[in-house]
Design a protein around this ligand. Structure first.
Ligand SMILES: NC(=O)c1ccc[n+]([C@@H]2O[C@H](COP(=O)([O-])OP(=O)(O)OC[C@H]3O[C@@H](n4cnc5c(N)ncnc54)[C@H](O)[C@@H]3O)[C@@H](O)[C@H]2O)c1
Length: 447
């Protein structure tokens, strides 16, 4: 066996069901991210633009030894749904179709939207499960009515079943607003308690959890692009395993946290200390407006704060990282729309404790960064569902690469380092395809 590679039980690949037929993607929340995803996929299908930022569409994977020079495209290596087979629908509390909502979000330019208009207009939202208690800054009328939360879950199940009749497989992804901060309570601890809570309208069950419950009950994978608690509870983890409906972590890792999980591993790898990390943002889209509410911001803040703590491991490196002052601010600033501007000031120290500073000023486009992540999550969750070894394990930790708050098995700390996450993702793909893993040892080249 090569010393740069490991394992390679040549078994799995043939077990993965092919991606034949249509993949139905149900998006909760047809706002800026969702419409940029849907319009983007259609633009790529028509050859109007490239799917930049998408690992499933543009990424390669090295197989075998470095001297083999063999790095196929990921989409040619694993059986992923073809973009031409992807069909979209979704839910929202506003009645706007995807064209109208994309025009409102102002992420894509008018020329592009006009070309796509006939297609985008055909996608109209189903009525949402919504309660303003969980998202203070929104109110809408395109909302399901039900006698209790169980009734609402049943209505979402009916939506999923109806869509299933028109496609071959379904994935649900939450790209809706950030809900207020919720902590797990008794109702979240088991499937039985959760179902009872649906019957009794337990306040601990947020709308995102009603959609997730409906999807998982139907054996449909569920991804969460926002930092809400949603499936991060024993009841829904159990349901995911029971019904072979894969789930992953939460909150798309796009701008500032993406940069954090790139820079922090670099500093740590060189044993440079950090005394402070101040992150601030201005953002003017509807997401920014929702996050202006302190309770929704708290959910986001918790999700953003975790990464540094886990990457720096202060318990192992107290001299370097024990006293980091980590502060995050998001300011709603309408003139910028979806074009977020993020600043990071990082106070670091080196040899003998001498201080230095790093400044990062990221002028990004939130939804342009999030759309390819949403696409990859959907395609990879569908792959997981067709892979016998993955479909019943619940949490797909190998998808942490895309998420600010990775989800793990109980007792495991989450891996936030983007380079470890990327290696883990690719090794998972090699593994399920029966290829040798790549360890980067490489001694054999010097024999
Ligand atoms: N864009 C990014 O870089 C990024 C990164 C990480 C996370 N996110 C998260 O992704 C989510 C979407 O972001 P966005 O910029 O598209 O926001 P947006 O406000 O443009 O869109 C959210 C949509 O969800 C709808 N909605 C809210 N609650 C709903 C419910 N219960 N059911 C159905 N629809 C509902 C809203 O009406 C709105 O149309 C947000 O939670 C955001 O925090 C975005």
């Amino acid at each position: 066996m090569s010393t740069e590679q490991q394992g390679g039980q040549k078994t799995a690949a043939s077990n993965i069901a092919p991606a034949t037929g249509k993949l139905g993607v149900m998006v909760v929340g047809l706002g800026a991210v969702a419409t940029t995803l849907i319009a983007g996929v259609e633009a790529v299908r028509r050859g109007l633009a490239k799917p930049i930022g998408s690992l499933t569409q543009m990424g390669t994977i090295r197989l075998g030894k470095r001297t083999d020079n063999y790095s196929p495209l990921i989409k040619d290596f694993v059986p992923l749904a073809n973009l031409n087979d992807v069909v979209f629908t979704g839910w929202d509390l506003f009645e706007d179709n995807v064209y109208e909502s994309a025009a409102h979000a102002k992420v894509l330019d008018k020329d592009m939207l006009e070309q796509l208009k006939p297609y985008l207009e055909t996608i109209k939202p189903l009525p949402a499960v919504f309660d303003q208690y969980y998202v203070k800054r929104l109110s809408g009328i395109h909302v399901k009515k039900g006698k209790n939360k169980r009734d609402l879950a049943d209505q979402v199940i009916a939506d999923i079943r109806a869509f299933k009749k028109t496609v071959d497989r379904v994935v649900v992804i939450w790209a809706a607003s950030t809900e207020i901060f919720l902590e797990p309570t008794a109702v979240h601890q088991s499937i039985e308690a959760f179902e009872k809570g649906l019957d009794t309208d337990d306040i601990g069950i947020a709308p995102s959890q009603i959609y997730a419950y409906a999807a998982l009950s139907e054996g449909v994978p569920f991804a969460n692009g926002a930092p809400n608690l949603t499936v991060d509870i024993p009841a829904l983890i159990d349901l995911s395993k029971k019904n072979a409906a894969p789930i992953c972590g939460k909150d798309f890792k796009t701008g500032q946290t993406f940069m954090k999980t790139v820079l922090a591993p670099a500093l740590k790898s060189r044993l440079l200390g950090v005394s402070g990390w101040f992150s601030t943002n201005i953002l003017g889209n509807r997401d920014g407006e929702v996050l202006d509410d302190p309770q929704s911001f708290k959910t986001k803040e918790e999700s953003k704060l975790g990464s540094l703590e886990y990457i720096f491991q202060p318990e192992l490196y107290p001299d370097l990282y024990k006293n980091i002052y980590h502060k995050i601010r998001i300011n709603y600033y309408p003139p910028r729309g979806d074009d977020k501007e993020a600043w990071d000031n990082i106070d670091i120290f080196g040899w003998l404790g001498y201080p230095m500073q790093i400044k990062v000023n990221f002028l990004c486009r939130d939804s342009i960064l999030a759309a390819p992540i949403a696409l990859d999550l959907v395609l990879f969750l569908d792959l997981a569902k067709r892979t016998p070894e993955l479909r019943s394990i619940g949490i797909q930790e190998w998808l942490s690469f895309y998420l600010k708050a990775p989800q793990t098995a109980e007792g495991l700390y989450p891996e936030h380092d983007i380079f470890i996450q990327s290696m883990k993702l690719k090794n998972t793909l090699r593994h399920i395809m029966g290829q040798a893993l790549i360890t980067h040892l490489g001694l054999e080249y010097y024999d």
